[in-house]
Design a protein around this ligand. Structure first.
Ligand code: DLL
Length: 449
């Protein structure tokens, strides 16, 4: 394990730092050769140790040794969230459980969550990738990171935490929420870097302003904001509100969490850590790979993960890949900000929510009619969900007190499944709009900020 020292760090041309300069600025032909070598090792690991992949590869007639170039990727099997769920909890692991030192899980899947396992080496690699991310924003040993991503099964909290420690920063594991305390700690401890979702960053900026604090009263210099979609317009507002550089950070639990891609101070798309993740953009209908610059679904193959190699994992995120060189000097391909998803997943305050999860709860309650609508909106900068449900005549004839108890009960049941608060609104029979075609179950009034 390498020790964080200043020697790792070199200046990049955008005013940030390279944590692993040799890897981050590797000539492309070397990078492509490294990818081929690592792809072959990944296929061996998957084939030898994960029965699911052995079966898939046997069916397709692919052998790890066949892979001599990156063109071979197109002949490999895809992996989806459903595959992971079908092998819950540890069936996709390529290592015995006693070699897996950490397990995280993704939020918001119906039924079983998708689990992700890490060996000691996987945790170290992850730390390096987050250290790259933070360094690209100019963070160095001696900086103090206020980490307001949630700690727990979600990968945001611990992911940023370990990476910051690896870089040699002081980490404050404050986790999300409690705005008053966030602002106090930020100033008292002198936080120079902040990590949290972009919506929470904006919330903090507003809260600071409401308390008469000016951006120059806040010590934060740079923020790392991701886990949900956001725009450059929101970036401008966060930057002026908090007086920081607001940088984007992308990842997903299945790929190990944040650190798959990150922005440098050029703010022109996120550098993909291509020495660890092989990226493709495909047409979600035909599944054919698309050229650089075309919008499609992002697909990743892990290149170094020991505990859980994944081949051609379909992220469902829609974006483009950018191959023009970046002024910072990194040689990696960048991804644009994701512009949407090819499935119906909603991201509410950083938590992944599938409408079907809400439907399952509602449909298990007999007094609720099969007519409902999920209304997603944004109050200030935070997402809010209202669930409108039609109840039967009998229930509507009850007293106000009974109705209120019922409504609270439904809210609590939804909370148990999603772990986020929703407001349930009971509607009179036959008042929710019926549709002649597909039912409109989700009304998303948010525009991406
Ligand atoms: O959100 C990991 C993460 C933590 C990323 C902290 C960045 C910072 P999941 O909960 O599995 O993992 O959700 C993954 O969130 O497929 C995208 O749809 C969305 N997402 C993540 N980062 C971004 C981003 C974490 N920068 C899903 N921009 C992904 C847009 C993002 N969407």
């Amino acid at each position: 394990m390498s020790v964080a020292t200043e020697e790792h760090l070199t200046r990049d041309a955008a005013g940030g730092l390279n944590w692993q300069p040799a890897a981050e600025t590797m000539p492309r032909e070397h990078l492509l050769a490294l990818q081929v070598e690592r792809l072959r090792a990944t296929l061996e690991n998957a084939y030898e140790n994960v029965p699911f992949y052995r079966k898939k590869m046997d069916e397709l007639g692919v052998e790890p040794g066949d892979v001599t170039g990156l063109d071979a990727v197109a002949s490999l099997p895809f992996t989806t969230k459903i595959d992971l769920r079908d092998h819950y909890p540890f069936g996709m692991f390529a290592r015995p459980r006693d070699q897996v030192v950490r397990v995280h899980a993704s939020s918001g899947t119906t039924g079983n969550p998708t689990t992700v396992g890490y060996t000691r080496a996987d945790i170290d690699t992850w730390g390096d990738l987050i250290a790259r991310t933070l360094a690209a924003g100019g963070v160095a040993p001696g900086d103090l990171l206020q980490n307001a991503y949630g700690y727990g099964l979600f990968t945001g909290g611990l992911g940023l935490h370990f990476g910051a420690e690896r870089l040699g920063c002081t980490v404050v594991p404050i986790s999300g929420g409690n705005t008053e305390r966030q602002l106090k700690i930020m100033r008292d401890f002198g936080a120079t870097a902040l990590s949290c979702t972009p919506s929470y960053a904006m919330y903090l900026a507003d809260a600071a302003r409401d308390r008469g604090l000016r951006p120059e009263d806040l010590p934060v210099r740079v923020g790392f904001h991701g886990a949900e979609p956001w725009t450059n317009e929101l970036r401008t507002q966060i930057e002026s509100g908090l007086g920081e550089h607001a940088l984007d950070i992308y990842g997903l639990s299945e790929m190990g969490g944040p650190g798959v891609a990150f922005e440098c101070l050029c703010k022109g798309g996120m550098h993909i850590n291509e020495d660890h993740y092989l990226a493709e953009v495909i047409d979600p209908e035909t599944l054919r790979p698309l050229p650089f610059g075309e919008i499609g679904e992002l697909v990743f193959t892990t290149l170094t993960r020991e505990a859980q190699p994944l081949l051609r994992y379909r992220t469902r995120d829609l974006c483009t890949l950018i191959d023009e060189p970046c002024a910072c000097g990194r040689t990696s391909v960048r991804m644009s900000k994701p512009i949407g998803r090819s499935d119906d997943m909603l991201i509410i305050r950083g938590v992944n929510v599938f409408p079907s999860q809400i439907e399952e709860v509602l449909m298990s309650i007999p007094a609720i009619e099969p007519h409902y609508q999920i209304v997603v909106d944004r109050k200030g900068y935070l997402d809010v969900i209202e669930v409108w449900v039609e109840v039967g005549e009998d229930l509507f004839a009850e007293t106000m007190g009974d109705l209120e108890r019922f409504q609270k009960g439904v809210q609590a049941q939804i909370y148990n499944v999603l772990n986020i608060q929703v407001a349930v609104k009971l509607k009179e029979p036959k008042t929710i709009q019926r549709s002649e075609g597909k039912a409109v179950r989700v009304v998303d009034r948010r525009t991406v900020l």
